[in-house]
Design a protein around this ligand. Structure first.
Ligand SMILES: [Zn+2]
Length: 380
């Protein structure tokens, strides 16, 4: 245990600093304000905040939650996010290297697994920011999950070139998985290209434009029907699904004709694992979005949720992404029951519940307890 203490202190300090940055992301990104400039100002008196009043956690405590010059209250949400992020960074280290929940990390050690650990930190920080924004505004800026996707896509396969422990600590695919993934990526690329060239119809996006231009009588006719809109998305989603099926079929030859699994370079198998998690994670949410919208006639689940589970899939792999997808609704139901109970206590009506926070919570839970989860089902 003593050898872990310096790392735990470092991660707590670093986590608090990242949390401070997340506060900026949480307040500025939905407003479309730059993350670096302008410098932070007090909303009360407009005075620029000095660096010594901007130290994570400490400044808020020393200032007792008030602006130095005008004494306007500073929300307790700022230090709470910093504290939460610090706790999560320490928590991920404890899960990976101390608890024994992820034995593959303990066995290989920090020196051989740190890229996977760093990507996990990026994921939990992004999930924290996405959760707070989704809970407040019912949107998830796609740049947040896309940051996780990019980090996983660059860091994990690159590290796999020289770190063999990535075989156990990053998502990997076998030959068939690689075939399906390559097919799916080709399909997705074609779909994005066709969408860009306007050869595929855009769904909901165009709604406002057409409503503005149309005459009132036409507006009624062209009023977007969610069921019709979501059918357009089927065309888009169909291409990667078709691509994956073709890729799988092409690789589905007798094993003798394929090189043995570990003859594929590990970097390629990890790249495939990350992309496979992306496609499967995004695909299951999008599938349910289409089915739900067709069934209920109302837009079900935002595309932010699609990007969120796709990002979780990049870090944890396709299997875990599917598990997260099934765990999240239970957490949502549980929270709704608690909220419903509380709401009855306060005699007020509960709010609509966004799905993103439960995906995020399930994702963090799966990061910690994946072995317990899979061994419960007899897999592992
Ligand atoms: Zn002030």
């Amino acid at each position: 245990m003593p050898q872990h203490v310096p790392w735990l202190i470092l991660l707590a300090v670093y986590g608090a600093c990242v949390g401070s940055f997340l506060n900026v992301v949480i307040y500025r990104m939905p407003e479309g304000i730059g993350l670096v400039t302008p410098r932070s100002r007090c909303p009360g008196c407009g005075k620029q905040i000095a660096w010594y009043d901007n130290i994570p956690l400490l400044s808020w405590l020393l200032l007792r939650g008030k602006c130095r010059s005008c004494k306007t209250g500073i929300s307790v949400q700022y230090p709470l996010i910093e504290l939460l992020c610090a706790a999560m960074f320490v928590g991920v280290y404890l899960v990976d290297y101390v608890s024994g929940l992820r034995l593959e990390f303990v066995q290989a050690g920090l020196g051989a697994t740190w890229p996977a650990f760093v990507v996990q930190l990026v994921m939990v920080a992004a999930l924290l920011a996405a959760t707070v924004i989704d809970a407040r505004l019912f949107i998830i800026p796609v740049r947040i999950p896309q940051t996780v996707t990019l980090a996983a896509l660059v860091i994990l396969p690159t590290a796999a070139i020289w770190l063999p422990a990535m075989e156990q600590t990053a998502p990997v695919v076998d030959a068939r998985g690689l075939g399906a993934t390559v097919g799916g990526v080709v399909g997705l690329t074609v779909a994005l290209l066709l969408l860009h060239l306007r050869l595929l119809p855009r769904s909901f996006d165009e709604v406002e434009e057409t409503l503005d231009e149309a005459e009132p009588a036409d507006a009624f006719l062209s009023h977007p029907h969610p069921r019709r809109e979501v059918l357009k998305e089927c065309l888009f989603v169909g291409l990667p699904v078709l691509g994956a099926a073709v890729g799988l079929a092409l690789m589905n030859v007798p094993q003798d004709y394929l090189p043995a699994e570990n003859q594929y370079p590990l970097g390629l198998r990890v790249l495939g694992g990350v992309l496979c998690g992306y496609l499967v994670g995004g695909g299951v949410i999008w599938g349910i979005r289409i089915l739900g919208t067709l069934a209920f006639g109302r837009e079900a689940m935002g595309l932010g949720d699609v990007h969120l589970l796709a990002a979780i899939g990049c870090v944890l792999g396709a299997g875990d992404a599917v598990a997260v997808f099934f765990i999240a609704p239970f957490l949502g139901l549980f929270a709704a029951a608690v909220q419903g109970g509380l709401a009855r206590l306060w005699k007020s009506r509960g709010r609509v519940i966004p799905y993103g926070p439960y995906l995020a919570l399930a994702g963090v839970g799966m990061l910690a307890a994946r072995e317990i989860f899979w061994s419960f089902f007899g897999i592992f």
